[in-house]
Design a protein around this ligand. Structure first.
Ligand SMILES: Cc1cc2nc3c(=O)[nH]c(=O)nc-3n(C[C@H](O)[C@H](O)[C@H](O)COP(=O)(O)OP(=O)(O)OC[C@H]3O[C@@H](n4cnc5c(N)ncnc54)[C@H](O)[C@@H]3O)c2cc1C
Length: 390
């Protein structure tokens, strides 16, 4: 049995970042991932995109990888505009108001995974088990033992479950989830638009759910359209022209006529919040701990913030006790991240409820919120700062 410091299960954006972070702290890490990594292909953009906030850009930069991301493909956005179907005055956030050139970058999931994989493969402190899956997990007082489906046995002082929303690690350690099915699906695609997007991330709230147009190159946007499941399924089957007609009508023609330039896909929207982020010597990170509504584009950002906070906890622990994996700091990390993630998940859910609703009282409240947001500069800047991760 191989003895290690940390075993990370799951090689998505969050698990790869966690493995790299721990290895760079001088820890011996095993990374277990079920699937061989997909190589990013310029000609076939990944429909799953991320609005990466500035704090998480800094995390990737701290690994020395941000230039690698830019060399593949990432598009900056310098403003965000939020509007609804009823009120005339949109809420607009500008990076310039925060003294920044950008609020973040739009990039493909595959780009970040590819860049992180390349780094992980060359990292001497990381031992890869891919493709392989976790089969069993047992804890003793001092270590976690993980059996892989290939028959390999691993043991370490800490295990990290970063194996996504349907986490097997979470099941194996018996942590329950609070689950809320929104009855919606997120439809994703790339479209060309008649008018330029002005490097702005646009979000329009409709009775049926939010619709986002995210800048993805010259007159090209990635759309994330939250819809009731049956309507999402219906729209996936329509002819491209009919789809774009419905899309332009939902977006009130804000960027003129659109033209579909990719496949369409849809993913179910549900909140899944693990009841805790630590159990014994096992941590849950990313979607394994908190899958949230994508309306604020914060899904991945919350997971990468788990990694950043864990890095700080390990550093502090090492300074204070000489042991990066001291249980006290890990427990504090889990408490703080649990409250921040829960607050964020519930905030996104309530925004979705208030803004995606045709109830007259809620419409009035919405109008007040948009109006106040625009008039009270500190409030507007605080919202922009949160979204940008400043
Ligand atoms: C189609 C789609 C579109 C999305 N679009 C958006 C969006 O526009 N904006 C947004 O903010 N969020 C979006 N999300 C959510 C976002 O992708 C997630 O928040 C993010 O991927 C979470 O990263 P993660 O690393 O925690 O989990 P994941 O990306 O799910 O990675 C988990 C990894 O664990 C591996 N794994 C799973 N089980 C095992 C096992 N038993 N053993 C070993 N490995 C295992 C998987 O192969 C995978 O590589 C989307 C999600 C989907 C599915």
């Amino acid at each position: 049995m191989k003895s290690l410091d940390v075993i990370v299960v799951g090689g998505g954006m969050v698990g790869l970042s966690a493995a790299l972070m721990a290895a760079r702290q001088g820890l011996q890490v095993a990374l277990v991932e079920a699937h061989a990594p997909k190589v990013w292909q310029r000609e076939q953009p990944d429909l799953r995109v991320v609005a990466l906030a500035l704090d998480n850009q800094a995390l990737i930069d701290s690994f020395g990888l941000w230039q690698e991301v830019l060399a593949r493909r990432a598009f900056p956005y310098s403003a965000m505009t939020v509007f609804d179907a009823v009120h005339s005055s949109p809420l607009r956030f500008n990076a310039g108001d925060l003294g920044r050139p950008f609020l973040g970058h739009i990039l493909e999931n595959d780009v970040l995974v590819d860049v992180l994989w390349q780094a992980v493969i060359h990292e001497p402190n990381i031992h890869l088990h891919c493709p392989d899956k976790i089969g069993s997990l047992h804890e003793t007082e001092s270590e976690v033992r993980i059996g892989l489906q290939s028959g390999v046995e691993l043991s370490a002082r800490l295990a990290i479950g970063a194996d996504g929303a349907a986490s097997r690690v979470r099941d194996l350690i018996g942590v329950g989830v609070d689950e809320q099915d929104y009855g919606q699906k997120g439809v994703v695609a790339f479209v060309h638009t008649e008018l330029g997007h002005q490097n702005t991330a646009w979000q329009r709230f409709l009775d049926t759910g939010p619709l986002a147009f995210l800048p993805f190159g010259d007159r090209c946007c990635s759309i994330v359209w939250s819809l009731p499941q049956a309507e999402a399924d219906r729209l996936l089957q329509t002819e491209p022209e009919e789809f774009c007609h419905a899309l332009d009508s939902a977006f009130a023609g804000t960027l003129g006529k659109s033209r579909l330039v990719s496949e369409r896909a849809a993913f179910p929207l549900r909140r899944r919040l693990a009841k805790c982020m630590i159990q014994g010597r096992t941590l849950l990170l990313g979607d394994a701990a908190h899958a949230v509504h994508p309306l604020a584009g914060q899904g991945v950002n919350l997971g990468l913030r788990d990694v950043r906070a864990l890095r700080d906890a390990l550093t502090l622990s090492k300074q204070k006790t000489g042991d990066a994996l001291d249980g006290g700091q890990l427990a504090r990390w889990a408490r703080t991240r649990y409250s921040e993630n829960t607050l964020a998940a519930l905030a996104f859910e309530n925004i979705n409820r208030v803004f995606s609703n045709d109830n007259m009282m809620l419409s009035l409240l919405r109008g007040r919120l948009l109006g106040l947001g625009n008039r009270i500069t500190p409030m507007k800047n605080a919202m922009a700062r949160y979204a940008a991760g400043l």
